[in-house]
Design a protein around this ligand. Sequence first.
Ligand code: AP5
Ligand code: MG
Length: 216
Amino acid sequence: MRVLLVAPPGAGKGTQGALIATHFGIPHIATGDLLRDHVARETELGRAVRDRLSRGELVPDEVVLDMVAAAIAEAKAGGVGYVLDGMPRNMTQARALYEIGRGLQMTANVALHLKADDEELIRRLLARAALEGRSDDTEPVIRRRLAIYHEVTHPIVDWYASRGILVSVDAMRPVDRVARQILTALESMRSLVEHVPEHARRPIDLTGLGAAFGRN
Ligand code: AP5
Ligand code: MG
């Protein structure tokens, strides 16, 4: 299974990405985590990107594309898929990622879109700030991250819909309910993604199915 997570800050990319990775036995490749690791280790790259992360601005495309290309090549060598969290963030990255995937015969099977309201996202991230102290979890920076998401990241969702690999999920519900719906959907798609070509597929919108998976 090869999954991309396209979602705003706080929607649950890290939370659900880890659960998907465990369920399918695939690596969870999180660009934000990789970048924060560089900052913590004070590598040259970490020093170069630290201020952008703290301001909530995107880092240059080449930086993340190089990291992700290496991680996907490693997944291929290991004979497994991946769940990619935090990439792509704009149309340039989406197209470049598709080319990387084509080159390795590792294009994504599913683009998973987690939908949630901005006010809920701000509430979650401020709650996390008290526990983890991430440098970008202050209200002005959270609002900046959300603005960038709406301006340059969200438009990618339509591109994945037109490619037939989009699955949209309501991420406003508790973690376990969201997870159950995602894993059920991905499990039921296993044979579909292996046997039905992208161009013959249609986007799947599960956001109206809250009741079936527990609304609260
Ligand atoms: P990144 O690390 O990707 O941060 P983000 O997109 O802002 O998202 P978060 O990690 O804050 O949220 P999440 O969606 O993972 O939610 P989580 O599961 O943690 O990127 C950070 C920075 O790195 C960027 O600003 C940029 O500078 C740079 N960067 C990264 N990738 C880049 C790229 N491709 N190009 C350029 N720059 C890039 O959940 C959040 C909180 O809510 C947690 O406390 C969690 O416990 C809780 N929670 C989760 N789900 C639920 C739920 N359903 N109900 C209640 N609480 C929940
Ligand atoms: Mg995250």
